[in-house]
Design a binder for this molecule. Sequence first.
Ligand SMILES: [Zn+2]
Length: 259
Amino acid sequence: MGDVVRLNARTLKLELQPTILVNLIFTTFHERFPFWLSDLVVRAMFTPLLSVGDDLAHRILYTPLPDATQPRARPPTLNTASSRALRRYIQPPLEADRLHGRLEQWKRFWKARIPHPARTIWWRAIHGKIATGQFRYETWRVVDSPECQICLAPVENIAHMLFLCPQKRLAWTTYLAEYTNKSQWTDAELEDLTSLSRRIPSPKQQHNITAVQLFACGLLGIWRCHYAFAMDGSDFSTQVCLSHMRAHIRRTIAQNSVE
Ligand SMILES: [Zn+2]
């Protein structure tokens, strides 16, 4: 929308300056010599802009709308652009950082055949909307400390809650080593798995599962294990996490073989 507003403002500025000047001259002139101007001329003088006879509307309607994604294509104008082209033109560009991703990456995200709860958790992680210790302490103010209840690290942020808490980290690296050929992971690499622009390592060929499904099942397993501990007081350990992660991925592999 910003480009359209700027475009219109620029056009208006060019148009208004001579119009105001002419109106001032004629108004003054008409006050002194009213009989010199016919009613038709007087009405035309005070006709608002963008009305019949004014070519500003025409100019705006025929202003080219360049499309950055198709620089060689002949640009449409406001009156010829399809609604889709118009939407693309006025839509602010999405940031290509890890939080937002590009449009095609978001399409892949929504189309991925992954458990729905996993997609919800992933989406919330991308947008920083997970009730971590830090979030409950700083935003909700329902706890006295932002620390991790599992390892007592001073701050439980999203990266810590989903990947870096030591027992969860070990669960992730074990799980990923079982299903991919990558066994060594840095903290940054693990944390970056939620990024839509991050390419998740392909699973080993014998597993009938996609890389996105592999990650989503791991994420869901960690989440379920965490909440069983936090809400139900269940035991928390790397092995419990792994059993959740493996259960989800086995279920997904079974579904893949049926479809
Ligand atoms: Zn921890």
